[in-house]
Design a protein around this ligand. Structure first.
Ligand SMILES: *Cc1c(COP(=O)(O)O)cnc(C)c1O
Length: 389
């Protein structure tokens, strides 16, 4: 098999001169902490989503954590979520002392299986955290129905789903809280960063205070008060979760060209689909008709019964051929901390368990070249043929 002359990484951020210039402008401005650029980014984001409030934070994880605290969730409470997610979604439930309760996933798109949620609701249940897996929204109507019926908070993990829509409504404008990520690999990036959206004024104010030490006035406002000395008050032992202006500057121009970035990923995603759809050794995920997908990840499932190679071995062979891949995810009920603490059995979540052994993700980013994508699908096809049962 002919090997490419350069390594194709699994992911790569797309930063242009415009983004770099904005950062330099901030560095030269004399204000590098949380200030005008962070506020400008919040306004842009809020307008993009169409929601009332957006609070910039230093990660999506921070957003999920604060959303749980602001919803009054603590020890003795249970929170329903999916095991097919990044650890952060569930770690934050542990952070507030509550118990994560997993619900298995829908095999078509790997989001939480809404038909299995109600059985898991009891007197201790306080919230549901759906994850919009790879950018495919979870079934929010069913989730909102259960949330109303049992008086639960809904906190969406939209780390993959900035551009997504559910039945015509923008993700970030539907539930009590929605957390987005600007980590280096996400659809737009501030290197590290996140934002939490809500339409509830009281909750938004609570989040803002919690995100910066529990202070009632943020530093920027304190220092720019012309000649007026104002002391801050600590009303809660809050966190150090604020985004700063250097981060926000990286995000501002990417958000302005988000449609262009999205179109490019969608083009590459659809190209993968058409190049791989006829391979009987792999299974592609499906897309509901009433959603807009963010095309954050291109995830494949191997039909292991038709192959003489494991997922991990296949990834190794692809790496040897200069192709980087990812795994999204090994179900959290198989991870040592959760396995030990909650004594899960593999078959407690049969779909998530099965997917954990079969799933892997191919490179998908704006700067991925068509010729490299052709090389990826070609190489994959040849390897699968070689290892076919
Ligand atoms: C990346 C990611 C997070 C965490 O985002 P950070 O900004 O790194 O905290 C949470 N959930 C999912 C599903 C993610 O992919």
């Amino acid at each position: 098999m002919k090997k490419n002359n350069h390594y194709i990484p699994f992911c790569k951020p797309c930063l242009i001169q415009n983004d770099i210039d904005e950062v330099i402008d901030t560095l030269k401005s004399g204000w590098i902490g949380t200030g005008p650029k962070t506020k400008a980014f919040e306004v842009l984001f809020k307008n993009y989503i169409g929601c009332k409030y957006a609070i910039c934070l230093n990660s999506c994880t921070a957003g999920l954590h604060l959303a749980l605290i602001a919803s009054g969730i603590s020890s003795g409470n249970e929170v329903i979520t999916t095991p097919m997610t990044f650890a952060a979604t569930v770690n934050v439930i542990e952070h507030v002392g509550a118990k994560p309760v997993f619900v298995d996933i829908n095999p078509d798109n790997l989001t939480i299986d809404v038909r299995k949620i109600e059985k898991k609701i009891n007197k201790k249940t306080r919230a549901i955290i759906p994850v919009h897996f790879a950018g495919h929204p979870a079934r929010l109507d069913e989730i909102q129905y259960l949330a109303k019926k049992y008086n639960l908070a809904v906190i969406e993990d939209a780390a993959h789903a900035i551009e997504s829509k559910y039945r015509g409504r923008k993700i970030g404008n539907i539930s009590d809280f929605t957390a987005f990520s600007f980590y280096a690999t996400k659809n737009i990036t501030t290197a590290e960063g996140g934002i939490l959206t809500t339409n509830n004024k009281t909750l938004a104010e609570r989040i803002e205070i919690l995100s910066l030490h529990g202070m009632t006035k943020d530093a920027w406002k304190r220092y720019t008060h012309k000649g007026i000395v104002q002391n801050f008050e600590i009303i809660y032992p809050g966190f150090k979760y604020n985004m700063f202006d250097i981060q926000a500057s990286l995000g501002i121009n990417q958000l302005k060209r988000i449609g262009q970035l999205y179109n490019r990923r969608k083009h590459l995603y659809k190209r993968y689909e058409s190049q791989l759809k006829n391979l009987d050794c792999i299974q592609l995920l499906k897309e509901d008709r009433d959603i807009v997908h963010s095309y954050h990840l291109f995830v494949l499932l191997l039909n292991l019964d038709k192959l003489k190679i494991t997922r991990d071995h296949l990834r190794f062979v692809l790496d040897q051929h200069n192709i980087g891949t990812g795994v999204h995810y090994i179900s959290l009920h198989r991870q040592p901390y959760y396995l030990k603490k909650y004594k899960f059995k593999a078959q407690d979540f049969p779909i998530a368990n099965d997917v954990s052994a079969r799933t892997f993700s191919l490179p998908l980013y704006v700067n991925l070249k068509e010729e490299d994508q052709d090389y990826i699908t070609d190489t994959l096809r040849k390897i699968l043929k070689k290892y076919k049962r």
